[in-house]
Design a binder for this molecule. Structure first.
Ligand code: COA
Ligand code: MG
Length: 290
């Protein structure tokens, strides 16, 4: 998944618009974009939408962001939306692998109640939204076979830290949030799941978004969340491996294939060793999925 577009779960109009946005995934939100009074209505609107959208042949993946374990709302969210068989749950304010295992059990119970295969609904966790979560970012490996991705958030974390801002005047993330970003990246690699970059809230600023996408790709993220449909084409473009990158990866793989016992090869005057081969294979694997 290159692009994951957030849509408030109580807005049928935006939900419909999401279907033609070109996003690889939609995140139907029941959490921060929904006021407490509208949670119940949003659950029903979200359920109707995923039931309907799920029947469409060419559709994005459908995720639902539920409310975190700390809120006491998680069970009520799952009681409603699992009936619509979303592809995945986005699990916010996750505090380490134990919390993922806890959420996994809740899902397993609902899957059984609705006759769905155990484990059929996957999970993406938001791994850096509380201070405690930062210290648990390395605990996601083997927490649940459902876990396919980790992402990170700066907004809730900045509230918890008591910060005045999370970005500097040029729009760059400040130190605590760069740490959170790095912990998400390393945590995802340690758990062997996709690392997904956080949202870019200045949604009219296309050049700022593009720069942030390019920095994320450079560092190892393979997708980014969006909050507005206009962000989707830029995210898709940056996270689609270029023809040049694919050709280069194929050259590296071919060079090692031609000399199977080699630990290193020379291509165009540069040394390539086994990690380069691994990177080339990962890049090609990404071109076969969106
Ligand atoms: N998904 C689908 N459609 C969206 C959308 C989204 N996230 N954001 C905007 N749109 C639609 C609008 O409804 C509008 O549709 P229309 O042309 O048919 O009227 C069109 O795209 C253009 O929207 P625009 O006027 O530029 O923005 P806005 O002022 O209506 O909305 C936000 C701005 C920020 C309120 C809106 O983008 C939004 O709700 N984003 C998601 C917020 C969210 O889920 N946050 C939680 C995660 S951080
Ligand atoms: Mg939040």
């Amino acid at each position: 998944m290159r692009s994951l577009l957030f849509i408030p779960g109580d807005s049928p109009k935006k939900l419909d618009k999401g279907m033609t946005s070109g996003a690889d995934a939609l995140i139907v939100d029941l959490e921060d974009s929904i006021s407490p009074e509208r949670k119940s209505q949003a659950r029903e609107t979200a359920l109707a939408f995923i039931k309907q959208a799920g029947t469409s042949k060419t559709r994005p993946r459908l995720l639902v962001r539920i409310n975190g374990l700390q809120t006491g709302l998680t069970d009520a969210d799952l009681d409603v939306i699992v009936a619509g068989r979303p592809d995945a749950i986005m699990f916010p304010k996750a505090e380490g692998g134990a919390a993922v295992t806890h959420c996994d059990a809740k899902l397993t119970a609902r899957e059984a109640m609705h006759g769905l295969p155990a484990g059929s609904i996957t999970m993406v966790a938001i791994a850096t939204e509380t201070a405690k979560a930062l210290f648990l970012a390395g605990t996601y490996a083997d927490a649940s076979p459902r876990l396919t991705g980790l992402t990170w958030g700066a907004e809730d974390l900045s509230v918890e830290l008591g910060a005045e801002a999370n970005r500097d005047k040029d729009g760059n993330f400040l130190d605590p949030y760069r740490l959170a970003r790095s912990l998400c990246l390393a945590g995802a690699a340690a758990a062997q799941v996709q690392a997904i970059d956080t949202v870019y809230v200045d949604f009219r600023n296309e050049s700022g978004l593009r720069r942030e996408c390019e920095e994320a790709r450079r560092d190892g993220f393979t997708g980014k969340m969006a909050i507005h449909p206009a962000q989707v084409p830029i995210i898709n473009e940056v996270f689609t491996p270029t023809a040049e990158a694919i050709a280069k990866a194929k050259t590296v793989i071919a060079a090692f294939a031609a000399d199977p016992g080699a630990g290193t090869v020379g291509i165009g005057g540069l040394m390539y060793d086994r990690p380069h081969l691994e990177r080339a294979k990962l890049l090609l694997a990404r071109t076969n999925q969106s």
